[in-house]
Design a protein around this ligand. Sequence first.
Ligand SMILES: [Zn+2]
Length: 430
Amino acid sequence: MRRIVFALFLLLVVSCGPNPPAPVKVMAIIPTETGSYETREVQLTTISNLTALKGTIAELVGAGRIIVDDSDPLQRNLPALNDTQRFEVIVRDRGTDVRGNYLDRAGTLWPSDFHTWNMTTTYFNYENAFLYFQDVLPPAAPPTELQGMRVFYWPEVRINTAAPLTDNALYLSFIKSFVVAPFEKDQRIPMGMNLGIIGHEVAHKVWGKRVFDDQGIHPALTTWSLEPFNLLKSLDEGLADLHGYGATCQSLARCRSEFLSLSISDEAYAKQRDVARNDACVDRNLRTALKSFSQDQWVRGREMYLYGNVWAVALYQAGVRSGGELGVKSIIKDLLTAYDDESDDSNGTGLKQLINRNVNNSMAFTPEVVAGIIARHITNVEMRRAFCGEAINRLQLECLNADCSDKMVGNPCMGASPRTTCERIPPTMP
Ligand SMILES: [Zn+2]
């Protein structure tokens, strides 16, 4: 009998992990004040089931199978499907609850295996990315899209490839799910443990909700090509890097623009995406690629990120020159108001409105017009002029007038003078 009771007790211990109510004190691997990663006690304030890593902000799902396969007849017309249908034909295995294992040491829960360290820290990073967006989004439009974020942890993902995806973190807009892929080659900070990278991925969800009107596959992405398409994709990526930087400001290590270098093994490439680099310029090669690459070439190559980086740098430099880290935060807030703006003022149109109005007229979606919309939303005049000067110079905007008044509605760059950081390349248009 005693043996049976003991066996039952063991069963209970094994099947029920600790699930204390939030806030939960738990150990995670995070960057400390010096930037070095260490184990530190943190509080998860939104967790409702610690062992399954589920809470109001994020829900981790283990061992799913996500297969995008163009030869699959069920996937022949993904844009025509609704969210649920698309999820059903792409997610072949919906996965199971993850299981974290913890040891209780004086009221603090210590992960007892690698995956639990990784998952706990990943959840903590989603909480911080949420806090970042809550802080910078307009109070009238709180980040409701960042509730219950679905995160496939260590799934099998194939996107038209035979080999499963490894060493990456993704937001898959077409199934509105995040992926923390297995790592195989990279020996650096795992992506899920990198707050900047989680911030980058979460930024895609914010963009999808606000600029793409929550459409998993926006019609502009299927019908546009060349410069309008490439510009649209680059904005999504480059601004996600800027938000990744912004999210790092939530950490003890404070704002770190070099966050990609911590996790990406190609260090030269990671540096090229640093939003604080001062030498980011559109050069002849990048401009030729922007104007001539097909959709496929653009999304598979690095140019998409490098062109997006020039946008992020223009914003970052304008912010930092006008007011340091707080200046960058201020310009990020203005940028987010530009994502979606229905205001009656005809000059107040946001990016969402510009895209939707021109779904069948992609040529109206130009770098000059986009820069004008962002500039119009920058409230501080000095910072707006600084952004205009950065954008006109770095992005090689093709305007007849020095302040681009011929291309931007409402002349938001009045009084701006282009910087001279980048060598001017001759315009392609007269
Ligand atoms: Zn991205």
